[in-house]
Design a protein around this ligand. Sequence first.
Ligand code: PEP
Ligand code: MN
Length: 351
Amino acid sequence: MIIVMSPTASQQAIDRVVSEIERMGSQAHLSKGQFRTVVGAVGEEGGLDQNHIASLDGVEKVMPIMAPYKLASREFHDEDSVVEVGGGSVPIVKVGGAHAACIAGPCAVENQQMLNRIAREVRAGGATILRGGAFKPRTSPYSFQGRGEDALKWMRDCGDELGMPIVTEVMDTRQVELIEKYADMFQIGARNMQNFDLLREVGKTRKAVLLKRGLAATVKDWLLSAEYVLSQGNRKVILCERGIKTFEDTIRYSMDITSIPVVRQLSHLPVIVDPSHAAGRRDYVPSLAAAGIAAGAHGIIVECHYCPSEAQCDGPQALLPATFAELMKQLRQIALLFNKEFSEATETVSA
Ligand code: PEP
Ligand code: MN
């Protein structure tokens, strides 16, 4: 349920509500809006005495949250969430609300030299966050599986040198500790969207989480997966639409453009699109990226390579750096039409 505090409620009154929720065995999550604080009480159903909470000082009203994904819902948090990625050794990049972000880089980090070259090119083209896989989820166990910790080190060095936060995929709970040491944001891949233990584990960290939509997941499934992360106290979740399986076979996956306005209506979380994995071919990537931004997405994640035929993974969908830079010019204009901006990273440290 949500407890809406009156605009004049004191901090002491808010603290009391939180401690009463915890005493009754639920968790309290605060959502501080411009005018008032809303407290979300989440726990096993039936454990809370609603009348008692309603009688506490400073409480204006108590309402049930109808959506099954409580903390991800707009009922709990009305305003768009802005997720900060980075900080520390790299600038912070904001994603959400009026802030759109471009994440780009290779599919997999194959060696240090290719990473450094691609990173420079995508940064010059307008990317502010660097992507690159160190552990790759491959359909065949005999395909290239990634360079592991070496790749994480190269990513960290490269991100620090260029002033770009880095994002990389985590596939298993056993990798969380290692990846947390290096990365600014965890990527949960489509195939792991319902790996609930993994979601809980990244939820215990305070690093941002890029949660891809599963290949056959509904919007509700996707938001419930986000809820696993949020329920552990990590509020930095960014959703990513990357296409779903349909009967269409001219493309790799069908990018569900509809999910963008739907998710934005149901949830306060930022949502970006991944046109590369949806399309599977570079010639479709710009149209899908443009459509995603026009539909209300808070940015894109795209794969780039200076020589796609050399790539060990996902070469056919990698954009050439010049095409990427051209695309970013268009996306900036489209974003402005929808009151968003692909801003530069700021040097400020999170409040
Ligand atoms: C990737 O980003 O390289 C990737 C494997 O993505 P997805 O999980 O969306 O297939
Ligand atoms: Mn890929």
